[in-house]
Design a protein. Structure first.
Ligand code: SF4
Length: 476
């Protein structure tokens, strides 16, 4: 066996049981490090004995390289071959997961509908300006589903401020065909990207006793088992295990358990083997966990007792598109933003409408696309640069920036000299000029070719620098 070889652990996993075991043990060591109070001190004082106490036989140095910040940073710069074996394999596992996440954002979640696709890219690019590096962790899924109205768990940190559980959508003779019809319609309209959604959003998936049936239909239409994040993995552990086994059998992907207390963490460790949890991320969401961090969004914004991240501007929202609620039969159009007094949950709520049956769903869905999503902006539309972004003219072109989060350069070239970028920016500063206005004025004043001006405006548009037509009137 080539000791340096990195093997897949999630998708098409290796059948090398020893390899999987080592990755699972490294994962457990990190879970203990980040969630078990006292583990770090114990490990640093007596590393081997501490690992043994927790049933881990991996080497101490690998755990140190993965867990101790200074060592982790030092090794980050080194090629993978220089890592101790277990740490190397664990890093390979993390890379596998990150590669998949990036593939989802860049490819799998891209809608086939042209206007939806263009709008989603603009929002995704806008989020670089608003969220900085945090945007890399958002897949901007185009469609997601809720099977209930509200959530039974009531987490004090809930980033999307889910209300109390009010209604569950039964899988019955009325809802099952409606659900199947909606999925098929979305597959036709949005393409396979609709299958990247989850069957929860501001809901707890396992609140719905029919979750498995809904998920099975989803699999039949998209060939994908929807990703599950549950905060009640231990409410009925046999249900959780059965679902996970079946879901991972159909297609292997990463699911998540929100861990709400130390007691729940211990129960999870006792109930599931390390190998069973290899495709399950455990999210530390209790205050005693040493590495617990709550995103400052939703209910966590209002909390003094949680260790929320200090600054505003966070979000856990990862949908740029529609949330279909099956319990109240509604359709919401949302996109992430930094949380603020105006958008406490870190979502821009663009629209919400209700539907009564499948035909009505199709009508509402298409009318929302028509109303809010443009493939490209009309040249007769007044243009407004997004507020909060600074624009600097440089010798090479223009630089857009927002606080420390984002910096975007547009560099001049032969046909498009920096001076033309400067002139276009001057015309846009006041807001309200159309593309025709800008091109016409610059043709007269600077002999600029309209095609070149339109090209620059298009680049700004695609970068998400202009307000959308449905936002612009607010400033007018
Ligand atoms: S975080 Fe999830 S489980 Fe907790 S209240 Fe919000 S939606 Fe429910």
């Amino acid at each position: 066996m080539n000791d340096l070889e990195i093997k897949n652990v999630v998708e098409n996993p290796t059948d090398d049981a020893e390899y999987i075991r080592e990755v699972a043990e490294a994962k457990r060591a990190l879970e203990l490090w980040t969630m078990e109070p006292g583990f770090q001190e114990e490990f640093l004082a007596a590393p081997e004995a501490t690992l043994k106490k927790h049933g881990l036989s991996i080497d101490v140095f690998s755990v140190k390289v993965l867990c101790i910040n200074e060592l982790a940073i030092e090794y980050q710069k080194r090629p993978l071959e220089e890592f101790p074996r277990v740490a190397r394999r664990y890093r390979g596992f993390i890379r596998e997961k990150l590669t998949e996440r990036n593939r989802m954002a860049r490819e799998a979640c891209v809608p086939s509908h042209p206007a939806f696709r263009a709008w989603r890219w603009r929002q995704l690019n806008r989020c670089w300006a608003e969220l900085g590096g945090k945007n890399a962790s958002l897949i901007h899924g185009p469609i997601t589903f809720e099977l209930d109205l509200g959530c039974s768990v009531g987490c004090p940190f809930c980033g999307v401020m889910a209300g109390k559980l009010q209604k569950v959508c039964p899988y019955d003779e009325e809802n099952a065909p409606l659900w199947q019809g909606i999925l098929s319609f979305l597959k036709e309209t949005v393409g396979d990207a609709a299958g990247q959604g989850t069957c929860y959003y501001a809901t707890e998936p396992l609140d719905n006793p029919y979750y498995e049936k809904f998920a099975e239909d989803f699999f039949q239409v998209f060939g994908i088992e929807p990703q599950l994040t549950t905060a009640v993995s231990m409410r009925r552990p046999e249900r959780t295990r059965a679902y996970l086994l079946e879901a991972l059998e159909k297609n292997r992907r990463v699911h998540r358990f929100s861990v709400l207390s130390l007691d729940i963490l211990h129960k999870i460790f006792k109930t599931f083997t390390m190998e069973e949890l290899i495709c399950v991320e455990l999210l530390p969401q209790f205050t005693e966990a040493p590495h617990n961090r709550f995103a400052k969004a939703g209910r966590a914004r209002e909390s003094d007792s949680l260790k929320v991240e200090a600054a505003d501007g966070n979000t856990i929202a990862c949908v740029t598109g529609f949330v279909v609620n099956m319990a109240e039969r509604s359709l919401r159009l949302i996109t992430p933003c930094g949380s603020s007094a105006e958008h406490p949950t870190g979502e821009i709520h663009i629209a919400k409408e209700f539907f009564s049956d499948l035909d009505d769903f199709k009508r509402v869905f298409m009318s929302m696309i028509d109303r809010y999503m443009q493939t490209e902006f009309s040249k007769e539309m007044p243009l407004y640069l997004r507020p909060g972004i600074s624009f600097d003219k440089t010798a090479a072109g223009i630089e857009f920036s927002r606080e420390e989060k984002f910096r975007l350069k547009f560099l001049g070239a032969d046909d498009l000299p920096p001076s033309l970028y400067h002139s276009v920016l001057d015309k846009l500063q006041a807001g309200g000029k159309t593309a025709y206005d800008v091109a016409g004025e610059l043709m007269e004043e600077k002999d600029a070719f309209p095609a070149n001006v339109f090209f620059i405006l298009k680049k700004f548009e695609q970068a998400g620098l202009f307000l959308e037509p449905y936002e612009a009137p607010k400033l007018a």
